[in-house]
Design a protein around this ligand. Structure first.
Ligand code: GLN
Length: 378
C-alpha cells in the first residue's frame, strides 16, 4: 500500500463511494449533500459578470477584499475584515487549514460524533489525538459528564458543529454554555463549524462566538455552498481572532493560496442578498424536511425530525438488516435510492449501524419519487 501511514486508515470518502453507486444504479441520490436544483440566477450572473470584468487572476491569499468585507459586514459580531477573515476553497479546506495551522502532534482535540468525516482525517494528518464524545441516539443527546471527562490539560481544541451534520441537531443555549465553560476552563480553542447556519428549521442558532468571553477563543467557519446552492464553487471562510487567523493563513497559503477569484466576487454579491432571500430559502427547506420526515415515517423508519441542516438520520432497524452498509446496499439495488451509511461518521459508538442518512436538498418532486420508491421496503 502506497498511502502514507497518516492516511492509510481512511480510504475513499463515503460521499464519493455512494455518489458513484448512485450513478451506476441510476438511483435517486439522497447521499452526498448537494442540491439537484440550480443556483439562483442573480448569483450565477454575478459570477459571469466578474469573469467578464476581468476578475481572473489570483486574489489576495486571505480573500478578495470585496468578499472579506461582505463577510465581516454580515457576521453577528464586529469583525475586522482584513485581519480576522480568511477565505478558503470550501469549508473542507478551512477545517484542514485550522487544524494544520494550529494543532501540534500529540495535542488532544475533542470531536463530537457522529462527525463530518474530514475532521478525523485532518487530525490524523496533524498527528493529533482525537477524543470522541457521542451524541446518543435516538435524540442525539450530549451527556454533560461525558463531555467533562473528555477534557484534559492536553486539550488544544474542541470541534463543535451546529446545526449538526448528520443528526440535524441545533445545540441549545445550555449545551453551548457548557462547551464554553469547559473550553474556557481548559484554555481550549473552539472550532465552530456553522456551515448550516442558515438552515435552522426549528429553534434558533446561537453562534458560540457570541457567548460572553468566547469571541477570543472561537474560530467560526461558514460557507457559501449550502446557502446559495453552489456546493461546487467551494467557497468557505473562517472568522477568528488575529492570532489564530495568522496560523490559519499560514497553512492556507501553502495548500491552495486562494479560491477562484470570480467566484469570490460573486459570493460578495450573494451574501448581501435581502433578508427575503433567506426567509424564502428556510421556508422551502422546511417543506422539504417535513415531506421527507413524514414520508420516511409512513414507510416505517423511526425518525428524529432534524432541527436544522438538510440531513435526516433515520433508524432503519424495523427492516431487520444487520448494519447500515448492508441496508444501504439493499436500498440502492432494490429501491433505487442512495442513502449514506453513517458508521463512517462514528469511531466509538455502534449507534451508526442502525441508522441511515438521507439528504433532502432535492426538489420536492425528487423527494416524493424517493419516498415512493422506499415503499418497496415495506
Ligand atoms: N458536506 C457534504 C455531506 O455531508 C459532503 C461534502 C463533500 O463530499 N466534500 O454530504
Amino acid at each position: 500500500m502506497a498511502t502514507a501511514k497518516r492516511l492509510e486508515h481512511f480510504g475513499e470518502t463515503v460521499f464519493a463511494t455512494w455518489s458513484r453507486l448512485a450513478t451506476e444504479h441510476n438511483a435517486i441520490n439522497l447521499g452526498q449533500g448537494f442540491p439537484d436544483f440550480d443556483a439562483p440566477d442573480f448569483v450565477k450572473e454575478a459570477a459571469i459578470k466578474a469573469i467578464r470584468d476581468g476578475e481572473n487572476q489570483y486574489s489576495r491569499s486571505a480573500g478578495h477584499p470585496l468578499l472579506v468585507e461582505a463577510i465581516a459586514e454580515t457576521f453577528e459580531l464586529p469583525t475586522n475584515a482584513m485581519d480576522e477573515v480568511t477565505v478558503t476553497c470550501g469549508s473542507t479546506e478551512t477545517i484542514a487549514a485550522v487544524i494544520l495551522g494550529l494543532v501540534n502532534p500529540g495535542d488532544e482535540v475533542i470531536v463530537i460524533e457522529p462527525f463530518y468525516d474530514s475532521y478525523l482525517a485532518c487530525l490524523s494528518m496533524a498527528g493529533a489525538v482525537p477524543k470522541i464524545v457521542t451524541l446518543h441516539a435516538p435524540e442525539f443527546t450530549l451527556i454533560e459528564e461525558e463531555l467533562r471527562e473528555a477534557f484534559s490539560d492536553k486539550t488544544k481544541m474542541i470541534i463543535v458543529n451546529s446545526p449538526h451534520n448528520p443528526t440535524g441537531r441545533v445545540f441549545n443555549k445550555s449545551e453551548l454554555e457548557l462547551i464554553a465553560e469547559l473550553a474556557t476552563k481548559h484554555n481550549a480553542i473552539v472550532l465552530s463549524d456553522e456551515v448550516y447556519n442558515k438552515l435552522v428549521l426549528t429553534g434558533t442558532h446561537i453562534p458560540i462566538a457570541t457567548l460572553p468571553g468566547m469571541k477570543e477563543r472561537t474560530i467560526t467557519l461558514r460557507s457559501l455552498g449550502k446557502v446559495f446552492s453552489v456546493t461546487g464553487w467551494k467557497i468557505g471562510w473562517s472568522i477568528a481572532p488575529q492570532k489564530f487567523t495568522e496560523a490559519i493563513r499560514c497553512a492556507h497559503q501553502f495548500m491552495t493560496f486562494c479560491p477562484a477569484t470570480p467566484l469570490q466576487v460573486a459570493a460578495a454579491t450573494a451574501l448581501r442578498s435581502p433578508e427575503s432571500y433567506f426567509t424564502e430559502y428556510t421556508a422551502q427547506y422546511t417543506e422539504r424536511r417535513d415531506l421527507i420526515v413524514d414520508g420516511l415515517r409512513s414507510v416505517g423508519f423511526n425518525v428524529h425530525s432534524p432541527e436544522g441542516t438538510y440531513f435526516v438520520l433515520a433508524d432503519h432497524t424495523p427492516f431487520g438488516f444487520s448494519d447500515d452498509v448492508s441496508f444501504c446496499h439493499h436500498l440502492v439495488t432494490s429501491c433505487g435510492v442512495v442513502g449514506i451509511p453513517p458508521t463512517a461518521f462514528y469511531k466509538q459508538s455502534t449507534d451508526g449501524q442502525g441508522l441511515v442518512r438521507f439528504a433532502f436538498c432535492k426538489g420536492v418532486e425528487t423527494l416524493k419519487k424517493a419516498v415512493e420508491r422506499l415503499q418497496g421496503l415495506c
